[in-house]
Design a protein around this ligand. Structure first.
Ligand code: EPU
Length: 422
């Protein structure tokens, strides 16, 4: 089993470069299925979700190269291969294969996705959208079967402003006949990024980034070149790390506008955040104050920041509360932080953390991607050694994390431990 071993207490200093956005990448790659010539995507993060998607593109017959963050996907030889099992189960975002394959082939078989367990994560809004476009959707032995004679544009009102449903419906609708209108669409920057690639491929999409997206279907989409936006969640994780352990850290390759909610919350806690055009500098933080926070859909504070933010709250003077309105059960990290001496508890969909608490090194387990990131941050400020287990979660989303943190002065290494040392 691979683990991270972190010796806490080092002060960190220097520049850290954010990679391309995971949650864009996992939709941009399937979008290539819709083209009739090669699509190139630059700036992709080197994370396991991207490697898994490369394999999936190959499984359905695509020709793919991936070097130095640039993936070129030739979709011309792809076929509507059923994907009931295997790689699709490794990541939740494999649900984008449904929209993209339905858009191109008018049929798809995709195993129900895996990914982080954050409490119930239904895909009913995706399915409602596909059905509105004319697809017949059934769940047979844990795989979703989608079939349509033709896809016809429709008006779709999302009951929840879901990122995944908004993108998935866009993928299916760009080659449908006529006009699709998605109402109560999610507004996350990743949706704009995917719409930008699709538009460069010849799609006709208006309103991405607002709550109403209008799509005029086109017959064909062609290849295009695209550069993925920076990962705002990775950036926010490193901003929080800078507030916890930094003696001056510049987070490079960011779009500060995408980070407004986290910047505002950090400032409220007493962190100095100096924004530049494409970077954010955080000097050493002297005193942290307790705050209350609530996760919301974009442009509110992202649920993906909630877990790292909890670590910062353990260091703030007084009692902080964070309510997760997006995923009510995304609190598995709290028990692990308590093992490290955090004073924290969960009440319903709210975590209450009292600080400042000197964290102690311990053996902890990452229950999901952002919980893992939170435990790494906690390890960096804990007294003694922390062992983080199940780090495959972290590696789904943080490119080169060991190299990046080591360059700032952190004492973190990956080790393979045998079950005997459990
Ligand atoms: N929801 C439904 N029905 C649906 C879809 C969603 O009820 O059909 C609910 C969910 O249960 C949740 C809320 O709507 O309560 C929002 O879910 P959303 O669909 O927006 O989430 P997602 O698309 O599955 C993406 C990110 C997540 C991130 C959420 C929220 C990807 C691949 N994943 O998930 O990222 O937490 O949006 O912003 O884009 C992460 O990066 O660690 C991560 C989990």
């Amino acid at each position: 089993m691979e683990v991270y071993k972190i010796r806490g207490g080092n002060r960190l200093k220097g520049n850290i470069k954010v990679s391309g956005a995971k949650n864009s990448a996992v939709a941009l790659i399937p979008a290539a299925i819709l083209a009739n010539s090669p699509v190139s995507i630059d700036g992709l993060p080197e994370i396991s979700d991207v490697f898994t998607l490369k394999l999936l593109m190959e499984e359905i017959g695509g020709q793919v190269t991936f070097e130095n963050g640039k993936m070129t996907i030739d979709p011309t030889t792809m076929e509507a291969m059923p994907l009931p099992n295997g790689n699709v189960k490794k990541m939740r975002a494999s649900y984008y294969l449904m929209g993209a394959m339905l858009g191109r082939f008018k049929r798809a078989v995709v195993g129900l996705p895996g990914g982080c367990f954050l409490g119930p994560r239904p895909i009913d809004q995706h399915i409602k959208g596909f059905e509105a476009l004319g697809a017949k959707v059934t769940n047979e032995h844990g795989a979703i079967y989608l079939r349509a004679d033709e896809l016809i544009g429709a008006k779709i009102y999302l009951d929840v402003a879901s990122v995944g449903a908004t993108i998935n419906i866009m993928l299916a609708a760009v080659r449908a006949k006529g006009r699709t209108v998605i109402e109560n669409a999610a507004k996350e920057p990743e949706i704009i990024d995917v719409a930008t690639l699709l538009s460069n491929m010849g799609a006709n999409i208006k309103g991405a980034g607002t709550s109403v997206i209008r799509i005029e279907g086109v017959e064909e989409l062609h290849g295009a070149q695209h550069t993925v936006i920076p990962d705002r969640i990775e950036a926010a994780t490193y901003m929080i790390m800078a507030a916890l352990a930094g003696d001056g850290i510049r987070v490079d390759n960011v779009i500060p506008l995408h980070l407004e909610a986290v910047t505002a919350k950090l400032r409220e806690m007493g962190v100095k955040v100096e924004e530049d055009e494409e970077s954010i500098f955080i000097p050493k933080t002297e005193n942290l104050h307790a705050v209350d926070a609530k996760t919301l859909v974009y442009p509110g504070l992202a649920t993906d920041i909630q877990q790292p933010l909890c670590v910062l709250m353990t260091q703030a003077e007084g009692s902080s509360k964070v309510t997760d309105t997006v995923y009510s059960a995304r609190f598995k990290h709290i028990d692990e932080l308590r093992r490290m001496n955090a004073v924290a508890r969960v009440e319903g969909n709210t975590a209450i953390l009292t600080g400042p608490a000197q964290l102690h090194g311990s053996t902890v387990t990452a229950s999901d991607l952002r919980a893992g990131a939170a435990l790494v941050l906690a390890g960096l400020i804990a007294e003694g050694e922390t062992e983080v287990r199940d780090i495959y979660h972290v590696e789904r989303g943080y490119s080169d994390i060991i190299e990046k943190l080591t360059a700032l002065g952190a004492d973190i290494r990956k080790e393979v431990i045998t079950p005997a040392s459990n």
